[in-house]
Design a binder for this molecule. Structure first.
Ligand code: GLN
Length: 548
């Protein structure tokens, strides 16, 4: 029998806000605090509140905003949810990603439906109330619920969130809320000093909104003298022990260990009345794995449209890294710009590459480069992993160059004579028919979230999973056109995974090749640092075999 919780135990809430700059590691700080709490035996839930007016992260430009992370129930969320899942080994859902746009849309719909009984609908109390309800919903019975507020305190669009978390202490009691403010302290090269003034101002801003933080995390690029913590403590009224300096770490997985040995640990121990020493063995293992320099190395060519922002493919990169740790091999990434590849006649980009990975994507730019990559991998017997669009383009390549289909393409990019990839207009999700057309709204209308897939025996896919039924997460509008399945299969191009009703091909492989696999889903989203996804493990193994 599982442990029963003491009756009426009060849940605890930790709010993580940021000052000075965004993008300095609030997400990693929030996830790391969660990791330490888990390591103390507490159950944790976590939520990201994003103040921008989008309804979800689905239509945000990944070059600016990083990858769109998809949850099992099909929520299109910010990449921080990926950090949370990897750090805390949780499966999150829509309720863990709260956006102003969605809350406002609901409020306005309710207003139109006459649900406010003639009252004036206002940001305070209606939006702030909706935010607090969303926090309570996401807290989901966990011992501690962590809420990260996106952006920085003082941003116009974030004000309702800051007010909501201030008010929240009135709902549950101040003693059940812990406020952590993450600030950035820059180093000025010319005068060679760290400057704490912007951080002091950021703390003053937070106080101005009625929140006195319990902890301050001071982010710096390089280790800073402890006098910085002293100064910040003096100006903020936060005790020096609760001001923690976090310089850039060699790996983000070091952060839980650093937090556990800092003053924050004392603060969260007192806050949760849990004084156990955290068991950090998992994190120590990960840090050792990350810092081990392997003689054996493989190079994966990542054929991408966005080559200057690692965040765009963060889950793919983390999955490759984790697979490398498991196989005791270093995985180097060679970024290959799909668009430049398009223009070149030769394949010099693939020199010294042990495997080729074409990740998911949308839009025409770089498409022919992705098709060329699949062709090169097929002809030169180099391991190929095509994810979503990467699989679709491998199918187009084979349709064109092996099956000699004229006008062969995906109908995402043209109106082809042979649409081997086409728009799926309806499918079944949880016994309900979902319909789409070319003119459907762009937001939230793809095949999203976890879907089952049946795997054929005696295939590479079966070899990888060792089971006949899997569930993986999707995010795409187009599907393999089943009209062509027989033709492909006659030529040793096998659809080794297909939806249980036989209508949606999910895995594609080439049986006359050492390792050639395309998947319609995103396996990277389920990979964990110490439990890498089997597809990535198998791919990395194939790269090792090929490099011998
Ligand atoms: N653009 C393709 C589609 O919508 C692939 C999407 C993806 O790679 N995630 O089907």
């Amino acid at each position: 029998m599982g442990e029963t919780k003491p009756m009426g135990k009060q849940q605890k809430f930790i709010f993580v806000t940021g000052g000075v700059l965004s993008g300095v590691g609030k997400g990693i700080s929030a996830a790391s605090i969660g990791a330490v709490l888990q390591a103390k035996g507490l159950s944790v839930s976590i939520q990201k509140c994003d103040p921008y007016l989008n309804v979800d992260a689905g239509l945000l430009n990944p070059a600016e905003h990083g990858e769109c992370f998809v949850t099992i129930d099909g929520a299109e969320t910010d990449l921080d949810l990926g950090h949370y899942e990897r750090f805390l080994d949780l499966e999150l859902t829509q309720k863990n990603a709260t956006l102003s746009g969605r809350l406002l849309q609901n409020l306005i719909n309710d207003e139109r439906a006459g649900k406010f009984g003639g009252k004036t609908v206002q940001l305070v109390p209606h939006l702030t109330g909706a935010i607090q309800d969303a926090i309570e919903l996401a807290a989901d019975g966990a011992d501690v619920h962590i809420v990260e507020i996106g952006g920085t305190v003082g941003d116009y669009e974030g004000l309702s969130f800051v007010e909501a978390i201030r008010e929240f202490s009135g709902r549950v009691g101040r003693e059940n809320c812990l406020y952590v403010h993450v600030v950035y302290v820059p180093f000025i090269g010319t005068s060679k000093e760290f400057k704490s003034k912007p951080a002091q101002n950021a703390l003053m801003d937070l106080r101005g909104f009625g929140i006195v933080p319990d902890c301050v995390i001071v982010r710096t690029d390089e280790p800073a003298p402890t006098s910085i913590a002293h100064k910040i403590s003096q100006f903020s009224g936060v005790s020096e022990n609760a001001v923690v300096q976090l310089a850039n770490a060699s790996t983000v997985f070091q952060v839980p260990i650093t937090i556990a040995s800092s003053g924050i640990h004392d603060v969260i121990s007192a806050f949760t009345s849990n004084h156990k020493q955290p068991d950090l063995s998992k994190w120590e293992k990960i840090v050792v794995a990350q810092n081990t320099q392997h003689d054996k190395r493989v190079t994966v060519g990542l054929v991408a449209k966005y080559v200057d922002n690692e965040d765009t493919y963060i889950s793919v990169l983390e999955a490759l890294k984790a697979a490398g740790w498991q196989e005791s091999v270093g995985v180097d990434i060679k970024w290959i710009n799909a668009e430049s590849l398009e223009k070149k006649k030769n394949y010099k980009f693939f020199e010294n590459v042990d495997g080729i990975l074409v990740p998911g994507g949308f839009g025409k730019r770089g498409i022919e480069g992705k098709i060329k990559s699949a062709k090169y991998a097929r002809e030169n017997k180099i391991p190929y992993l095509g994810i979503c669009l990467g699989m679709q383009m491998a199918i187009v390549e084979i349709g064109r160059n092996v099956l000699k289909l004229k006008g062969c393409h995906s109908s995402e990019f043209s109106n082809p004579t042979n649409p081997v990839i086409g728009l799926m207009t309806e499918w079944i999700r949880k016994n309900k028919i979902e319909k789409r057309s070319k003119s459907s709204d762009k937001g939230g209308t793809m095949r999203l979230g976890s879907y089952p897939c049946a795997i054929k025996s005696n295939t590479l896919a079966y070899n990888i999973y060792s089971k006949k039924r899997i569930d993986e997460r999707h995010r795409h509008r187009y599907e393999v056109n089943t009209k062509y399945l027989k033709l492909f299969e006659k030529n040793n191009f096998i659809f080794s995974g297909i939806s249980p009703n036989g209508k949606l091909p999910e895995i594609f492989e080439y049986s006359s090749h050492p390792w050639f696999l395309g998947v319609q889903f995103h396996p990277e989203l389920k990979s964990r640092p110490l439990n890498p996804h089997p597809i990535f493990v198998s791919f990395v193994k194939a790269c090792i075999d090929g490099s011998k």
